[in-house]
Design a protein around this ligand. Structure first.
Ligand code: IMP
Length: 197
């Protein structure tokens, strides 16, 4: 079985990818576990470009194997799809999400329910051992709430309300979120694409 590396240092993402890919790839290494350290500038203009930049950088440092990477963000329609690919950097990389979330709610003050539409988007890139590259993209649709709700998840989850579930993604358990999330869907799509090869 070929070595599989997921280009992230985020423990939550590693748990999610392991649970989704387990049947196809029983052992997936994080960058750290693979002994790879690279400082990667995510300066692409799209989620796919950024995911590919990460996957290529790790593939160049790794000796063989399949490398996967993701890039994601929140698009708010009323704000012209901001913060989008800049989601992590919005108001500054180190600014607490309580501040970022409060600012987004403020920018939507007075905006009616039907115009508060938003989505989380995730692209996953794969660099195969023979150099071939693949990308997939998935999204979850929702609306920006009026206040933060829920203590699970991370980032913008407390303000991302999913109408069908009647909850924000911060009110879902990790398992519930993985079933419907942009990243969960994109990982499952990538798993199916890799099976076809
Ligand atoms: P990256 O894909 O790790 O670069 O993350 C992009 C940024 O998008 C994160 O830092 C969060 O701000 C936001 N984001 C992406 N996915 C989620 C999610 O599932 N919940 C909350 N925020 C998210």
């Amino acid at each position: 079985m070929e070595r599989v590396i997921f280009a992230t240092g985020n423990a939550g993402k590693m748990r999610e990818i392991r649970s989704i890919m387990a049947d196809t790839y029983p052992e997936i290494l994080s960058m750290k576990e693979a002994g790879i350290q690279t400082d990667i500038a995510e300066d692409g203009k799209t989620y796919e470009e950024n995911a590919l930049i990460k996957a290529r950088a790790v593939a160049a440092a790794a000796e063989g194997g399949l490398v996967l990477a993701d890039d994601s963000g929140l698009e708010i329609d009323f704000l012209g799809k901001e913060p989008g690919v800049y989601s992590a950097r919005y108001l500054g990389e180190d600014t607490p999400y309580s501040v970022k979330n409060a600012e987004l709610i403020r920018r939507l003050e007075g905006v009616p329910e039907e115009e508060r539409t938003a989505r989380f988007v995730c692209a996953i890139a794969a660099v195969l051992p023979d150099g071939r590259e693949l990308t997939v993209r998935a999204a979850i649709e929702g609306r920006i709430g009026y206040e933060e709700k829920g203590g699970n998840g991370f980032g913008y989850d407390p303000i991302f309300y999913v109408p069908e579930m009647g909850k924000t993604t911060a009110e879902l358990t990790e398992e519930e979120k993985n079933l419907v999330s942009h990243r969960g869907k994109a990982l499952r799509l990538m798993r199916e694409e890799l099976k076809k090869l």
